[in-house]
Write a protein that binds this ligand. Structure first.
Ligand code: CA
Length: 721
């Protein structure tokens, strides 16, 4: 899909930065999310020299570290007959693209042995984006058995004044002298910093709280506003006396998840704040909580609440809407993810994670922001600056205008909210009125490009018009766009476009589908083949990534959508079952796939963001929890088994502040460090639709939506005659 291509494109182009965006530390290493070895590393050795590695990756130590939970272990032998090197690559994360100015490369080393001298230590170089290397630098002092900060001036690596975030992609440690002796060093917190005086923080985390779940404890505290704080450090004890450091948290997240893996145990916690140079402030008060037995219902609520938090407490504060990913940009909101988040907020209100008054207050903020935010023919861009309401061309200058699909996802959420806030009071009336105004000003018909067009078009730019020129052809995640366009009371398109455009069966549609699916299966919209004994009425290839079965059907109840070819609940169910069977068969023999490990869909990955699907050419060995868990209405048993497997067996790396991390790959010993706005909410919402039908029922009560479905049904019936 072009959407995916655009995502990749965006990583290749640079964009203007907003002065107020959060500045990250330009960091090469702080912790490996996985035990054993660090994915973003590479070792090389020759002759009799060696550096310890696991399939070419650097080992990590979970017992010796500067910041908990681990450090890089350099266990090496220098010889005359060879050499070794170890490279730490900086992990690129979407939207983590604004950095603090830096003057030095800083890292911490721990030398356990008094036999090692500075001459035995590795040299240090930086690698540029073009793979060229800077000059070598050396470590000139080495205390024994204590963590020691090394600060090397960036100017000493390169004569020119290179800005690290524009220039460097890796740090390389390599053999210095040639004496036969084995050495072990631990390296941690490798980052570019400005020189600043060492200051001990005076502040503590306020109002520390702990809450126990089945196998983890959630800690939370009041948001930290002191910008000099680098990290929060968390200590755990099982007796309230002996504490040990177990983790860190970035200063902009006031929550930490401690997955202990044990049920029915009591734990005590306290925290400290760390300065830029890791000077530690005073301890907070001590809190305690116990892990508790939880039944299936409790687990579902736990997953719903954790993902809900992404849209509640981690929302962009001015607009109240959803960020693209965390960690990522702090001021930029994603319109589609915000629509999904709106449905998660409704589910969270009904589950009493927040009060109705809190929800009303948030929705007033949301609708007032959207009322004034930039739109084009009533259609919002993919990304908005939450502080100003202006378009952010995050995917490049061509995408600086309307995004009809993202706007559809947003409207799906807003129309569900319009039904939910049905109260006869000033606030709820205001929410409904503003949503109606937003809905009625969307010029769906204008996005035909020409009056005779069979298709809707995805994008429009105010200065480049239809330059992206992507017509919407199904079947994929964009069905909601045609359904809403048909349903619009003010700017509707003819229902015939459902068949001429969305389900187009001439060469335009055929070629489009055959191109993205890399197969003729389903290229005519209808499919008609059985996979693993499961018939597929509609869908390209053998169904595609699972988000196709989620994004359009969080508000739209697929049980009520039947066209000439199929019913979309049944079709989605079959697609989920095919995805499951493929993962059980696991033709590429990836670790972790199987009856309880399945769900190929679009997510972050070890090498790139990709839309994985159950065919060998689109299966990269990564599983995204949202794939199986957002399929709950279709495959309740298989989805529950995956949920339990992911939480119980992989929770130590996969479970965090906002629920499941985006994706993981056991074959690559990799786990994503981010949560994505498009992937968290579908878990909350689709579990809710499975449990109570809440969002489906609300959305389908909307008169315009019902009228749209009647128009489609009339069109379908007229075609049968
Ligand atoms: Ca560390």
């Amino acid at each position: 899909m072009v959407k995916i291509k655009l995502l990749i494109f965006c990583l290749l182009v640079s964009f203007g930065l907003f002065a107020q965006e959060y500045s990250y530390t330009f960091r090469f290493f702080q912790n490996s999310p996985m035990k054993g070895d660090y994915f973003f590393s590479k070792t090389i050795s020759s002759g009799d020299s060696f550096i310890d590695n696991k399939q070419g990756k650097l080992p990590v130590s979970s017992t010796v570290f500067h910041t908990p939970g681990n450090s890089i272990e350099l266990n090496y032998m220098n010889t005359k007959s060879g050499s070794w090197s170890a490279t730490l690559y900086r992990q690129e994360i979407r939207g983590m693209d604004n950095f603090k100015p830096a003057s030095h490369l800083s890292f911490w080393i721990f030398n356990p042995s008094d036999l090692t001298t500075v001459k035995d230590l590795p040299t240090i170089q930086l690698m540029r984006k073009d793979s060229s290397l800077t000059k070598k630098q050396y470590i000139s002092e080495l205390p024994v058995a204590k963590w020691h900060q090394i600060m090397l001036s960036l100017k000493s690596f390169s004569n020119s004044s290179e800005n690290p975030s524009d220039t460097y992609i890796a740090v390389i440690f390599s053999q210095q002298n040639t004496i036969n002796q084995q050495h072990i060093l631990y390296v941690d917190d490798v980052e570019c910093v400005s020189w600043s005086p060492v200051v001990k923080p005076a502040i503590i985390t306020e109002n520390l709280k702990a809450k126990g779940y089945s196998k983890h404890i959630d800690l939370s505290w009041e948001a930290i506003t002191d910008s000099s704080i680098n990290l929060v450090k968390i200590y755990r004890s099982s007796d309230g006396v002996e504490f040990r450091a177990i983790g860190i948290q970035q200063p902009y997240i006031n929550r930490f998840t401690d997955f202990t893996g044990e049920t029915g145990k009591t734990y005590f916690y306290k925290t400290t704040c760390l300065s830029q140079h890791y000077e530690e402030g005073p301890f907070s008060s001590i809190v305690k909580s116990a892990t508790v037995e939880m039944n299936d219902d409790d687990l579902l609520t736990m997953v719903q609440e954790a993902s809900f938090r992404y849209y509640w407490e981690a929302a962009e504060p001015v607009s109240g809407l959803a960020l693209e990913n965390i960690h990522g940009r702090h001021d930029m909101i994603a319109t589609g993810a915000s629509g999904f988040g709106i449905m998660a907020l409704i589910a969270g209100t009904e589950r009493q994670f927040i009060t109705r008054d809190q929800a009303v207050e948030r929705f007033i903020k949301i609708v007032k922001f959207l009322e004034n935010a930039e739109s084009f023919h009533g259609v919002y861009p993919h990304f908005l600056d939450g502080t100003s309401g202006k378009t952010v061309p995050f995917f490049g200058q061509r995408d600086n205008g309307a995004d009809l699909v993202e706007t559809s996802f947003l409207l799906q959420g807003l129309l569900a909210a319009k039904q939910y806030f049905s109260g006869d009071n000033e606030n709820e009336i205001l929410i409904r009125e503003k949503i109606t105004a937003i809905w009625e000003k969307v010029e769906w018909d204008w996005f035909r490009k020409t009056p005779e067009s069979k298709f809707l078009y995805w994008h429009w730019s105010p200065d480049k018009e239809w330059i992206i020129n992507h017509n919407l052809i199904g079947w994929n995640e964009t069905m909601v766009t045609y359904l809403l366009a048909i349903a619009s009371p003010t700017h509707s398109i003819p229902a015939s476009m459902y068949y001429s455009g969305w389900a187009n069966q001439d060469s335009t549609g055929y070629n489009y589908r055959a191109n993205w699916g890399q197969t003729s299966d389903g290229a005519t919209y209808t499919n008609g083949t059985s996979y693993y004994g499961i018939p597929l009425a509609v869908g390209v290839s053998n169904g595609g990534p699972l988000f196709f079965t989620h994004y359009s059907y969080m508000g739209y109840d697929p049980q009520l959508i039947t066209d000439e070819y199929t019913n979309y609940f049944v079709n989605n169910q079959h697609i989920a079952m095919i995805n499951h069977k493929y993962c059980v068969e696991n033709p590429l023999k990836y670790k972790g796939y199987g009856y309880d490990g399945w769900g190929l869909t679009a997510s972050d990955g070890p090498f790139d963001y990709s839309a994985d699907e159950p065919v060998i050419w689109q299966d990269h060995g990564k599983l995204a929890p949202t794939g199986a868990i957002s399929s709950f209405p279709y495959t309740p048993k298989e989805s529950m088994n995956a949920l339990k497997n992911y939480y119980n067996n992989y929770g130590s790396f996969l479970w965090g502040e906002y629920g499941f991390k985006d994706a993981f790959s056991l074959s690559h010993n990799w786990c994503s460090t981010i949560y994505m706005g498009l992937n968290q909410a579908p878990m909350t919402v689709m579990i809710e639709n499975y449990r109570s039908g809440l969002i489906w029922n609300l959305f389908m009560q909307n008169e315009d939506i019902l009228n749209g479905l009647i128009k489609l049904e009339t069109e379908t019936n007229s075609r049968k005659k």
